[in-house]
Design a protein around this ligand. Structure first.
Ligand code: WT7
Length: 677
């Protein structure tokens, strides 16, 4: 069992502590068809064979110019992969499939409303639409290689089309999760210095057509206030030619894409041959300070890594129909809806809406309709579907050969339901542990080689060599099941290159902690700090316990507690704010918010509501606190630090421990009573 004393963590303390489960083995049928069945793959990718082993991954791509140096460590720890190589990501995801597969479906689009028909976009159609939009981006929006462009788009095929059009030009896209607010979008526009925003007028969510255009107006206003002027807003229409948003277009600034596109009909754009180490996109993620970090991912390294892991871990074959239910606005969607599957020439599903609309049978209906056989989702969705519609999967005829779970630890109970009921006892499961920063999977079983173990992510992928350190930087004994900070000893091609515009923060956050020599140019001296706590079982399987920093994982996605606190502090009446993680049946973790008010203000339900609304406006609904507790004072140390640990214990109805050394121990009982009632 994990020993809580080893690492002082917020989440590990409330992480579920379960027993090691028994192995579950893949079926002979699965093994017979799997891409990767060669057990020597782990030796081929051992540390002795590093970095040359990764040639195998690079060779899954088409290169305009082949690289000469596999790994350049000269600018440690900003690693450069496949140096000297030139390629284009859009060419690799589209053009190279045309000769043999132009008629094959690249994207199956499933609109949320039942009455709307599915769309099946072939590789040829994808080629045409990406080319025409790339021409528009170049000639109408004036974008060129190296420029950044912010996308704030929902789950529609126009999103991958936009990403691939950018990639065709070497333009760096930065897609902001559609559910984020205009304010959150503005921060990312400013940080990436985008002159162009690409959005959509509206989209469906839980049965309503949402006005999304209004977020663009908020984003532009805020961005300009913070020094970044956006020249043009390109607005895709959910229904081309039809007004679906009440928000007005601003003349000379906002343009409907489908109107401008008419001028680009039939245009073709040569894919720009880009250096392997040029950036492909930015993906913002939460850190310990308020400001989100723009994780910069490369073209060559990233694309080779997601292609290889899609092939060997997702086991995607040409005739498979692959559905990852994540949102493309997160890294999971970038890597495992768009770039990985399309680079392999697979058919990938894009579903617009929520999995439980109109009922919890929706995913299984979609799976039946499209004959999906590879399915990919997160524990939060599995918990919701299990709770709301435990009997739904049995009502539909579909056959999954393979399923993925990603984003947070999955409880063995939930794993078993996923396996037995959703997977009908046949599908193999991979529990993939990774991060926005890592581009692709770090730990997972290889589906035909390493058996599954409920609740465990599994061993490091071939070529990924994890190591667990204690607080002092000593290695925690391998296989000892003792908790510590999990790091990766070696670089890998999918790793992000830096934080956009902030190399120092990149080094400080991810490499400084266990660096053996800051002047070293050897990769061996720079273990990558993931920020997660983990234990390694005797069989080399890793169990992830959660984050060690001030970041909480809500529904499989990271939110900075400081971001939420800063949002609360923008409300005039608020003096102090403290966010703590609370265990939640479906979301895994949920933020609970404690507030103390400035003198002269009184607590009220309206004020609590106002604070909650502000957080949704500033960040998005995903950050909405479970409860806003307005307290008369925060429990504090004698030096005045808010004791979040005590508040966390109260929220989770746990023992608060010894509080006698606090400056104000009496407040603890008072808050406990408030929360209990
Ligand atoms: C954090 C990364 C991975 C893409 C989606 C989330 C947690 C992720 C697992 C897993 C246990 C997991 C970690 C990680 N996490 N996958 N299979 N088991 N925990 O990306 O928002 O960058 O979050 O999610 O804590 O550090 P992200």
């Amino acid at each position: 069992m994990a020993e809580k004393e080893v690492v002082e963590t917020s989440e590990a303390e409330i992480a579920v502590h379960w027993q090691e489960e028994d192995y579950v083995y893949p079926s002979p049928e699965f093994i017979a068809q799997a891409w990767m069945t060669d057990k020597s793959i782990y030796d081929q990718f051992s540390l002795e064979n590093f970095p040359n082993c990764y040639k195998k991954y690079a060779d899954l791509l088409d290169w305009d110019e082949y690289w000469h140096t596999i790994l350049d460590t000269g600018d440690a720890p900003c690693w450069k992969w496949f140096v000297g190589g030139k390629l284009n990501a859009s060419y690799n995801c589209i053009d190279r499939h045309l000769a043999k597969n132009k008629n094959k479906t690249a994207i199956h689009f499933v609109p949320e409303p039942f009455e709307d028909k599915y769309e099946h976009i072939t590789y040829q159609e994808l080629y045409v639409r990406v080319n025409e939009f790339a021409a528009l981006l170049r000639d109408f929006a004036g974008l060129k290689a190296g420029d950044r462009v912010t996308l704030h788009m929902p789950m529609v095929p126009e999103l991958p089309i936009t990403m691939l059009a950018c990639a065709r030009l070497g333009v760096i896209h930065s897609q902001v999760f559609g559910g984020f607010s205009g304010t959150a979008c503005a921060d990312r526009i400013v940080d990436s210095q985008s002159r162009i925003l690409i959005t959509m007028d509206s989209y469906y969510r839980s049965g309503s057509l949402l006005d999304h255009k209004q977020n663009a107006d908020v984003a532009l206003k805020n961005a300009e206030k913070n020094g970044q002027k956006v020249d043009k807003v390109l607005v895709w229409q959910r229904y081309p030619g039809k007004a679906s948003s009440p928000t007005e277009m601003v003349s000379g600034r906002d343009y409907f894409v489908n109107e401008v596109l008419k001028d680009y009909y039939g245009k073709r754009v040569d894919p720009v041959s880009m250096p392997a180490e040029a950036p492909l996109f930015l993906m913002y993620t939460s850190g310990t300070t308020g400001k989100p970090k723009g994780c910069q991912h490369s073209i060559g390294g990233y694309l080779s890594y997601v292609t290889a892991t899609s092939k060997y871990v997702q086991d995607i074959h040409p005739e498979d129909v692959y559905w990852c239910m994540a949102d493309i606005g997160w890294i999971t969607g970038h890597s495992y809806i768009v770039y990985g599957p399309l680079s392999l020439g697979a058919s990938t599903v894009v579903y617009e809406g929520v999995p439980t609309f109109p009922d919890a049978g929706r995913p299984w209906k979609i799976a039946q309709d499209l004959d999906v056989n590879i399915f990919h989702t997160a524990p939060t969705a599995i918990r919701a579907l299990r709770k709301i519609g435990p009997d739904e999967p049995a009502k539909y005829t579909y056959n999954f050969k393979h399923m993925t779970t990603v984003g947070e630890p999955i409880e063995p109970e939930v794993w078993k339901w996923y396996h037995k009921v959703v997977g009908k006892g046949q599908a193999i499961i991979v529990d993939t542990w990774w991060q926005t920063e890592t581009g692709g999977f770090l730990c997972s079983t290889l589906p035909a080689i390493t058996p599954m173990k409920p609740g465990s992510a599994g061993p490091g992928l071939p070529g990924i060599h994890p190591i667990i350190y204690d607080e002092e930087g000593k290695e925690v004994k391998k296989g000892s099941s003792k908790a510590g900070n999990i790091c990766i000893q070696n670089p890998w091609p999918g790793a992000f290159q830096t934080i956009w515009g902030d190399r120092q923060r990149f080094v400080d956050t991810y490499y400084a902690r266990y660096c053996k020599d800051p002047n070293s140019k050897r990769w061996q001296d720079w273990p990558y700090l993931t920020g997660d706590a983990a234990v390694e079982a005797p069989d080399g399987y890793y169990r992830i316990l959660g984050r060690i920093d001030d970041v909480i994982n809500v529904s499989g996605h990271r939110l900075g507690t400081k971001e939420i606190e800063s949002a609360a502090l923008t409300v005039n009446e608020v003096a102090e704010a403290a966010v703590v993680p609370v265990a939640h049946e479906i979301k895994g973790i949920e933020p609970d918010l404690y507030i103390s008010l400035k003198p002269g203000f009184d607590a009220s339900a309206e004020l609590a509501q106002k604070i909650s609304n502000t957080i949704c406006d500033e960040i998005g609904k995903i950050a909405k606190p479970r409860t806003v507790w307005i307290v008369t004072d925060m429990p504090k140390t004698r030096s005045g630090k808010i004791m979040r640990r005590v508040l966390g214990a109260i929220s989770n109805k746990k023992d608060v421990g010894d509080v006698t050394t606090l400056a104000n121990p009496e407040i603890v009982t008072q808050i406990q009573e408030m929360v209990r009632n």
